[in-house]
Design a protein around this ligand. Structure first.
Ligand code: UD1
Length: 430
């Protein structure tokens, strides 16, 4: 099984190019089925989740032409099947974006119930409520969400909780509905805005994305477009925290600083220097980190997808910090692994109480989910001695060339496929 071997202790220094946002790419790829014309998508991250989604789309008849590692032309004129049920699709969360996209265009879709990281209950009641408000029937049968509508009619929909997925799905379904839809208490994440911009570039009429009220005036058809996906705020944040944790000096390139405001605020609070310029952000950490308290919140609050990374940093700070995850109830599964590396953390419900230690020590650990996996790799890079990180397939879901980008910053990390290679790694790095 593939795993990472890591020797910690090097400060990470240098520049790293940030790729396209996974969480924007997924709905944008799915929304490409909403036109019969060709759609050219650039700055697409080459990660497992996008590849699984593209494969599922190919299986229902979407023509795909890769024009480069990060660009693809999609054409959905010959979609022949509205049932999306391949083995891999249920492993990714974003499979459900095909429901909104197919329902919008074909008034029918059957998609395997979504999986994704096991970080909490991850209900889909708000998606269903939205589809039903637009006039669709929705049933869950044999592991599929089945939905169909005679016609979709615009509606006024109040989301009971702020949900990225439900906002995106309802926005897609409403795009080709008759009349106007208003989504209240909408999610404001950058990827919600990116999808709205993408749909508008195809002829949709969506206003207000990025605020908590989105107005969608239905149009009868969408046309082809060329579109570049926004940079990945979470990939950028992960490298910024890698600088903090390893007492390094990292410049993340190709970012939108506005999307990183809550992350920058916390880095400054814990004692890092942060310099911003155009589309770059430099993080320098030279002293022992300071404590802070963190509560994850919907955008523009501190992202739940950065919670494990900041917890890893606070685990090395001087004093006690409190981290509360208000979005997902099961997002501290990495804490047991971090404790094996010497951290002092106690979890009570959705709160972690972190007493900073002076150092982590290398151990054999495994990634419990995508973001926590990346955070544990960073902990290992700061730790004394050797760490092996197993179950890295989670990390590959959302980080492109993670170990190669870290290597370029001076990290001693290798992707191994065999336990025997570990001795060689030790000899090389010893
Ligand atoms: C997306 C992101 C994920 C991120 C999360 C929060 C993708 C592919 N994934 O996940 O990386 O951690 O946003 O920023 O973009 N909820 C309900 N009912 C619903 C929908 C959601 O109760 O119908 C709850 C969830 O259980 C959770 C909260 O709302 O507690 C937020 O979930 P949501 O924003 O929908 O997350 P995802 O879209 O699944």
């Amino acid at each position: 099984m593939e795993h990472y071997a890591i020797k910690g202790g090097n400060a990470l220094v240098g520049e790293v190019e940030i790729g396209g946002a996974k969480n924007a790419a997924l709905p944008i790829l799915a929304a490409s089925v909403m036109t019969d014309e060709s759609v050219y998508i650039d700055n697409m991250p080459d990660v497992r989740d996008t590849n699984v989604l593209l494969k599922a789309m190919a299986n229902i008849g979407v023509m795909e032409k890769r024009t480069g590692r990060h660009s693809v032309v999609l054409n959905a004129a010959n979609v022949s099947n509205l049932v999306v049920e391949d083995d891999n699709i249920k492993k990714i969360r974003a499979s459900y974006y095909l429901i909104g996209a197919l329902l919008s265009k074909y008034k029918r879709a059957e998609v395997a119930l979504p999986g994704g990281c096991d970080i909490g209950c991850r209900a889909i009641d708000q998606h269903i409520k939205g589809f039903e408000a637009l006039g669709a029937e929705v049933v869950i049968e044999h592991g599929l969400i089945k939905t169909r509508a005679e016609r979709l009619m615009g509606a006024h929909i109040y989301m009971d909780c702020v949900s990225v997925g439900a906002t995106i799905n309802v926005m897609m379904a409403a795009t080709l509905a008759e009349g106007t839809t208003i989504i209240e208490n909408a999610a404001k994440e950058p990827h919600v805005v990116d999808l709205a911009n993408f749909l508008n570039s195809m002829g949709a009429n969506i206003k207000g994305a990025g605020t908590d009220v989105i107005r969608i005036k239905g149009v009868t058809r969408l046309h082809g477009t060329e579109y570049a996906i926004i940079p990945d705020q979470i990939e950028a944040g992960t490298f910024m925290f890698a600088a903090a944790v390893t007492k390094g000096d990292i410049t993340v390139k190709n970012v939108i600083p506005k999307h990183l405001e809550s992350i920058v605020a916390k880095l400054i609070e814990i004692g890092c220097q942060v310099e911003e310029s155009d589309d770059c952000m430099r993080v320098v950490a030279s002293k022992r980190l300071k404590t802070t308290h963190v509560k994850t919140l919907p955008y523009p609050g501190f992202p739940t997808d950065m919670q494990p990374q900041i917890a890893v940093a606070l685990g090395l700070s001087q004093g006690t910090s409190i981290v509360t995850d208000t979005i997902f109830e099961n997002r501290f599964r990495y804490v047991d692994e971090l404790i094996r590396m010497g951290a002092h953390i106690k979890v009570e419900g959705t709160t972690a109480i972190i007493d900073g230690v002076e150092k982590y020590t290398g151990a054999r650990i495994s990634a419990p989910d995508l973001r926590a996996g990346a955070a544990l790799v960073i902990a290992a890079l700061a730790a004394e001695g050797y760490t092996t990180v197993e179950d890295i397939h989670y990390i590959e879901r959302g980080y492109e060339d993670f170990h190669l980008k870290l290597q370029a910053l001076g990290a001693q990390i290798e992707l191994l496929t065999d336990d025997k290679e570990f001795q060689k790694f030790k000899l090389k790095t010893g």
